[in-house]
Design a protein around this ligand. Structure first.
Ligand code: ARG
Ligand code: MN
Ligand code: MN
Ligand code: MN
Length: 314
């Protein structure tokens, strides 16, 4: 099992200070060491990508820092493609969720048949016309999918990114804060979306299996999981910019990632929106640790323990 780690110290997709220090905070909490505890894993750290800082600002209505978001994602897309071409699972540590544009773009360029599981309290499918916040972290899905490209104005600086990914290959888990037009888009395109009430009703196992079966009935396609830490309940992950109560338990998230890992087709994981500057020391520790548990589950860590090699013939 080969894994490549990419850090993205970027926070201009939203307004609060602190998400950009997450890659450093998560590394110093033992990211590499804890991943290396997984049986048979080979971890390579590709370091942090370059975050261009002094771009010509472009002005698009209700879309803050677009040129910075764009420049960061352009580099990130290339890096994700490179890691995948090195035949490693691309694990991207954000950063806010606007970086989903770069990770999915980079993945799509290598695997055009990829499917995307967006694990989030929010749908992140606003355009600049439907967003209340003007923050790009609420817009990455709408930037990525080809079906919504006509709803955008011309976006200067974004020419490198051509939305080719189809919304038919998208599924949601954990939704509980969806804006009006986001709901419209989800219903119009019949996106399999398991909001908290659905997970309550069916359980996490049936929910994810339903999504996987809907978008990939033959079970053959590469999987990308974009995991927003705010999908977890605010009790599990308090240090995040837009917490919403009533979310996934860590147990549900671990099970979700174990099931997806079990397909043998997980190729990319994004872990985003951890903000170590929010909350107290215990909050920050709990949130980072939850993120590490999610990554470990997705990369094959077994809660049953490790199978001893040799000696015991079970
Ligand atoms: N829907 C809200 C917005 O458009 C919140 C988005 C929160 N996104 C996130 N990645 N945490 O701004
Ligand atoms: Mn979110
Ligand atoms: Mn709203
Ligand atoms: Mn998000």
């Amino acid at each position: 099992k080969k894994v490549g780690i990419i850090g993205v110290p970027f926070e201009k997709g939203q307004k609060k200070y602190g998400v950009s220090i997450a890659p450093a905070a998560i590394r110093s909490a033992g990211l590499i060491e804890r991943l290396k505890e997984i049986d048979g894993i080979d971890v390579k750290d590709y370091g942090d990508i370059d975050i261009p800082s002094c771009n010509e600002p472009v002005n698009v209505d209700n879309m803050a820092h677009l040129s910075l978001v764009s420049a960061c994602n352009k580099n990130l897309s290339n890096k994700v493609s490179q890691v995948l071409k090195d035949e490693r699972v691309a694990v991207t540590i954000g950063g806010d969720h606007s970086i989903g544009v770069g990770t999915v773009d980079g993945h799509y360029r290598v695997n055009e048949d990829m499917i995307l599981i967006w694990v989030d309290a929010h749908a992140d499918i606003n355009t600049n016309k439907t967003s209340d916040s003007g923050s790009v972290h609420g817009m990455p899905v709408a930037l990525l999918v080809k079906e919504l490209s006509d709803y955008w104005p011309y976006l200067p600086s974004m020419d490198w990114q051509i939305p080719k990914f189809s919304i038919k290959n998208l599924g949601y888990v954990g939704l509980r804060s969806v804006d009006e037009y986001e709901r419209l888009a989800i219903e119009k395109y019949d996106v399999p979306a398991f909001a908290m009430e659905d997970i309550e009703e069916h359980g996490i196992q049936k929910s994810i299996n339903h999504i996987l079966h809907r978008i990939d009935p033959e079970g053959k396609k590469p999987i990308h999981v974009s995991f927003d830490i705010d999908s977890l309940d605010a009790l599990e992950a308090p240090s995040t910019g837009t917490p919403v109560r009533g979310g996934l338990t860590l147990r549900e998230a671990i099970q979700l990632m174990e099931i997806i890992h079990g397909t043998g087709r997980l190729r990319a994981i994004d872990l985003v929106e951890i903000n170590p500057a929010l909350g107290n020391d215990a909050d920050r520790k709990r949130t980072i640790d939850a993120g590490l548990c999610v990554l470990r589950a997705g990369l094959g860590f077994s809660r049953r323990g490790t199978i001893p090699s040799g000696i015991l013939d079970l």
